[in-house]
Design a protein around this ligand. Structure first.
Ligand SMILES: Cc1cc2nc3c(=O)[nH]c(=O)nc-3n(C[C@H](O)[C@H](O)[C@H](O)COP(=O)(O)OP(=O)(O)OC[C@H]3O[C@@H](n4cnc5c(N)ncnc54)[C@H](O)[C@@H]3O)c2cc1C
Length: 379
């Protein structure tokens, strides 16, 4: 039997999740291409805690809420019932700070309401400074915070590697190539160097680089790159693996991982686009901010590493996915912005379901691709 040749371009969290799902299909020959530069997933802070955001976009909220809820089951499937390594994903809870106690009480009320449809938020409680200190011994401020026990942290790079390893074990081929997409009669060509591979169906999980893939085929794509930088510091002698994710007021969150490692960030730099240069001044100001908002100990921590990556946004900040208008059997997702690691596995699985003509858990009509990917009038 001739297998259907399926291609995935872009192996961040979306493409790697789709790859894992499709690699289990015995009638598919799967090839994944990823070039890697600027990948949002590998740069991400790793926070999975979407429930108490101030954003009012209901469809976005549904996507990230469902995305967060999807993680444990998805990982259980990926791990075939074995425990997920805690270095990859762990539910550690989230601490959210507000300007004053009244705002915390308002947030608690919102959380309790939202929990009716999102039990995965877990326990909710306002913790005193002393109670926060018991969870995170380095805390030096005197403010209370809202604690949500369902918050999690994920190492995007490790998760992608895990998913790709499983896909390759299931028979998929992974190629580290920068490719272009071409159209043949009924099918497609994947082009790199002097080589061309044929494809019957294609998933474009290329995030901020989706315009680059589709513009040569005569499309306008409403996707814009945003630069994000973050810094990883270490606290010698501290056991950080169970510390909750910390979200002070503002955009610079604090995500503890294992072995004393804590990530601070990230920046949101629209005007910098695809630039990946690390700016020392941005890193020091993030450390200063963490020191000011959560713990003076940050000023004595040592910088372990820093990274930068590219997020993808649409003009109205809404994500989309679906079949590309006018390109049968070519599916794409993008515009996942600052919460793409949260939504990524579910969006990847949804793309795989569309391709397999199976029921899709997220309604594609709520995330219409034709609003953002349009055939150029001149073509
Ligand atoms: C600094 C930072 C912090 C973040 N923190 C969080 C967070 O805490 N929580 C959260 O939920 N989200 C977070 N995000 C957002 C999240 O990381 C992204 O939305 C998500 O990872 C996007 O996943 P993706 O698979 O769509 O794209 P990406 O991970 O960017 O992957 C796209 C891949 O496609 C490849 N590619 C593109 N074009 C081609 C081509 N022509 N040929 C071959 N390969 C190609 C790229 O090289 C890349 O590897 C953060 C993002 C950044 C930058």
């Amino acid at each position: 039997m001739n297998k259907k040749k399926v291609t995935i371009i872009g192996a961040g969290i979306v493409g790697a999740s789709a790859a894992y799902v499709l690699s289990k299909e015995s009638d598919i020959e799967l090839t994944i291409y990823d070039e890697g530069t600027g990948q949002g997933t590998a740069a991400a802070a790793g926070i999975i805690s979407p429930w108490l955001s101030k954003r009012r976009n209901k469809k976005w909220y549904t996507m990230v809420k469902e995305g967060a809820a999807f993680y444990p089951n998805f990982l259980n499937d990926v791990m075939a019932g074995a425990p997920t390594p805690s270095s990859v994903y762990k539910r550690v809870g989230t601490l959210l700070f507000k300007k004053n106690y009244k705002q915390l009480e308002e947030l608690l009320a919102i959380g309790l309401k939202r929990r009716e449809n999102a039990p995965e938020i877990g326990d909710l409680a306002i913790l005193s400074p002393q109670e926060i200190k018991e969870l995170v011994p380095i805390y030096t401020q005197n403010k209370s915070a809202l604690y949500a026990s369902g918050g999690a942290r994920v190492d995007g790079k490790k998760l992608v590697n895990l998913l790709l390893d499983k896909a390759v074990n299931n028979g998929a081929t992974l190629k580290h190539e920068h490719v272009t997409l071409g159209r043949l009669d009924q099918t497609y060509s994947i082009n790199y160097g002097h080589q061309t591979d044929p494809a019957d169906a294609v998933i474009l999980s290329a995030s901020a680089w989706l315009p680059e893939l589709l513009e040569p085929l005569g499309y306008n794509v409403d996707i814009h790159p945003q630069k994000g930088q973050l810094v990883e510091v270490t606290f010698d002698g501290y056991k950080t693996e169970n510390w909750p994710v910390i979200m002070p007021e503002g955009e610079k969150d604090i995500t503890p991982f294992e072995n004393g490692t804590v990530v601070i960030g990230a920046t949101h730099e629209n005007e910098k686009g695809f630039d990946l240069e690390i700016e020392k001044s941005a890193l020091t100001s993030m450390i200063k901010e963490a020191s000011h908002t959560f713990s003076h100990y940050f000023s004595t921590s040592s910088i372990a590493s820093f990274r930068s990556g590219t997020r993808a946004y649409t003009s109205d900040f809404s994500p989309f996915f679906g079949e590309i208008p006018g390109l049968e059997n070519v599916y794409a997702a993008s515009g996942l912005g600052a919460t793409g690691l949260t939504a990524g596995p579910l969006v990847g699985q949804s793309l795989a379901s569309l391709l397999l003509d199976e029921n899709v858990r997220l309604s594609p009509e709520d995330y219409p691709i034709d609003k953002y990917v349009k055939k150029n009038q001149l073509n």
